[in-house]
Design a protein around this ligand. Structure first.
Ligand code: GDG
Length: 503
């Protein structure tokens, strides 16, 4: 699993690679979402995040690219499929699948998010959860299996429609069962190379054993039908190999070559740490919109030091323990009282799930308790802003003195890469040892064990007290570590691997 060599020329590699290949991307979400305005005109909203940027960036190199996703709005359903114009002038074919509402709900809100996300983020309170009952099995069959089949059928149709070899790029945990179904449908008659990238952590075999054999074997069986299976870190890849060895009968795992041999097929396991689009981020950071938000953040913080966290409202991000650690800092080091503001910019997420609503209540209550205990009429120690504003997040990243990323476990965590890229104060990064970003950023960060509130408090104090020279050195190191591997490297590495393996 070599992720140390930086591709020489990403653009060149990508052009050569796609000269005679078609590409199909399959992800739960599409590159755009359609809605209608009051007059009934079609409006297009581009999907957010670096993933859409990286993958749609491929359009510069190939005209033959289709993105298959689930419809998110009625207008997506009505629109169905066709070419979409992108901001840079290129085009992509988008195709929206329309599973029934019940099937989508079961696939997304019963299996993908509560079951698989929770499993892969160690979020179960095992004496009580998960509770896999008849409804869960029904959701598995009629939701997860059915929607994965829909994807496989749409991809197979597309592969058959083109005469050129096709690269199929599957994204994430929603689509674990697609590869096996696709192989069955295509039956070696068409050349398709299948690459699957898993954005979230892959825990060890013992954790997967909690899932019933029928589910875990279907997942492993399908992932072993993939040609190249990508994870965020080496450890995730190693965990996958170990999981196959323990839980999938009749596999031959070759650790040296990082390969699983199963049903007469080789799956090559690699780490492709995802990153950010540095140019796009710097461009946004220099915009008037971000500048307005900087003024807003300065109003909140005044001349105090700023501890910042930016997360979806997500239990695995460990927001409550972050506030408890700050509480301990104020208790143990009263010199910080009145001089530091902890700003939490939190983006609503999965509010359909009770665990997420409860977590929001818990974190608000904890912030309230810290404020009641230490605050005064002039100073609110913890300020929580709930909302969706990426420009505001970027503005706050420019101004932090300390950035706290203490996730219980995280695939990568892009905030840990964005913050040091735009920060203007030589801010210190406190980073969970269980965030994928640690693999690259450890040399420039203060690394903490996420459940250890005591040590997190010590790290916060250490960061606030760190001498200017040391802060500058760490911040410069972090910027360098991030710049040497940006989002185009993430993509190029995947293509390079396929070329090297002659797939
Ligand atoms: C999953 C994995 C992996 C911040 N505020 C707003 C906003 N943001 C941006 C952040 C960052 C992104 O959202 C969040 O990315 P993360 O990586 O931190 O976390 P997840 O959402 O959990 O992402 C993760 C990632 O996939 C990629 O593979 O790194 O481990 O869990 O860019 O700056 N975005 C919007 N509004 C905001 O207010 N739209």
């Amino acid at each position: 699993m070599d992720s140390d060599a930086r591709p020489k020329d990403c653009e060149l590699l990508q052009s050569e690679f796609f000269a005679n290949r078609a590409v199909i991307i399959a992800a739960n979400r599409g590159p755009v979402t359609f809605t209608r305005d009051e007059d009934g005109n079609l409006e297009t909203q581009r999907g957010g995040g670096g993933l859409v940027t990286a993958l749609t960036g491929l359009c510069r190199h190939t005209t033959d690219m289709t993105w298959i996703a689930c419809a998110r709005t009625d207008t997506d359903v009505e629109w169905g499929q066709g070419p979409v114009d992108l901001e840079d002038g290129s085009h992509i074919q988008a195709r929206f699948l329309s599973p029934s509402e019940e099937a989508y709900e079961a696939y997304y809100n019963i299996i993908s998010n509560p079951l698989l996300w929770f499993l892969q983020h160690s979020m179960w309170d095992v004496p009580r959860a998960p509770l896999i009952d008849q409804d869960t099995w029904q959701a598995w069959e009629e939701g997860y299996v059915a929607v994965n089949k829909l994807f496989a059928e749409a991809i197979a149709q597309q592969v058959r429609a083109v005469s050129r070899p096709t690269l199929v790029m599957l994204q994430d945990y929603h689509l674990y069962l697609v590869a096996r179904e696709l192989r069955t449908l295509l039956r070696r008659k068409h050349r398709a190379t299948v690459l699957h990238f898993v954005h979230i952590p892959w825990p060890g075999a013992e954790y997967w054993r909690i899932l019933p054999p029928g589910m875990r074997q279907a997942i492993l069986d399908s992932l072993c039908a993939v040609d190249v299976l990508g994870f965020q870190t080496k450890e995730d890849g190693l965990n996958f190999l170990r999981t196959c060895e323990s839980l999938l009968p009749e596999t031959a795992v070759n650790y040296g070559r990082s390969r699983v041999w199963y049903r007469n097929h080789a799956t090559h396991v690699r780490d492709f740490p995802i990153s950010i689009d540095i140019d796009a981020l710097n461009h946004l950071a220099a915009s008037p919109e971000v500048s307005e938000h900087r003024a807003e953040v300065r109003d909140i913080v005044g001349d105090r030091r700023l501890i910042l966290r930016i997360d979806r409202i997500e239990p695995s991000k460990n927001i409550v323990r972050g506030f408890l650690a700050f509480d301990e800092v104020l208790e143990r080091y009263p010199e910080h009282c009145g001089n530091v503001t902890f700003l939490a910019l939190l983006v609503p997420s999965r509010m359909d799930l009770k665990e997420y609503r409860d977590y929001l209540d818990a974190l608000m209550a904890t912030a309230g308790r810290v404020n009641a205990r230490h605050g005064s009429s002039e100073w609110e120690p913890v300020r929580v802003l709930v909302g969706d504003s990426y420009p505001r997040a970027v503005a706050a990243m420019q101004l932090y003195d300390v950035l706290l990323v203490n996730a219980i476990v995280d695939g990568m965590n892009l905030v840990a890469k964005e913050g040091p890229t735009v920060n203007q104060r030589h801010g210190v990064l406190i980073l969970s040892e269980r965030a994928g970003a640690r693999q690259q950023l450890e040399p420039g960060a203060l690394v903490v064990s996420p459940c250890d509130v005591y040590a997190t408090a010590e790290a916060l104090h250490q960061a606030l007290e760190m001498p200017a020279e040391e802060r500058e050195e760490s911040a410069t190191r972090l910027q360098w570590l991030i710049e040497r591997e940006d989002i185009s490297d993430w993509l190029s590495r995947q293509l390079e691997t396929i070329s090297e393996l002659n797939l």
